[in-house]
Design a protein around this ligand. Sequence first.
Ligand SMILES: [Zn+2]
Length: 207
Amino acid sequence: MRIDGPKFIGNALCLDFVNTLTWRGTPWPHDYLRGYGDLVDWSRRAGLLDEGEAAELHKKAGKDRRRGDTVLGVARELREAIHGLITSAARGKGHAAADIAALNRVLAKAPRRHGLAKGERGFVWKLSERPRTLDAMLFPIAESAGETLVAAEAARLKSCASPQCGWVFLDTTRGNRRRWCDMADCGNRVKARRHYLKAHTPPEKRR
Ligand SMILES: [Zn+2]
């Protein structure tokens, strides 16, 4: 089980955010976001905050723990809404109205975009102001979800082939054949288990 911070394997910010909860298909899911500070640290790793901004948010949250807890609650709700929307889109099923509403509540508070600018790695949105509130990281995550749902081909939105894992990703391979969140990790673990079961099953019971 990974406990030292989730890998970024989703190919979209919003999908990596969904993957901060892992082992969804088991009775013992693991949440990397156990406190507001974890949300700040993850956002820093995801490139949503620079070091100074992360330090500022840690400090602010230290002074207002209740607000930090509230934002963490909103973040988890947003995460489940994105998970619901992405997986229903992937399966070609209808979405839950509550999931759209939860996403829209965050989008409604997002800072206004004032146009495009050239960033270090391609184009970026110019914002009216960079929010410095405790929920600052939720806006780009919600926007990523909106953009992914609008633009991504449903056939490329996938859940890991391990039903226990539950991680989601955008398949950007040429043949659209990616099945695992991370073959080197999850895929091999499942293969090893299959091998083990086969080796320990009497021949008459093998299929
Ligand atoms: Zn997996």
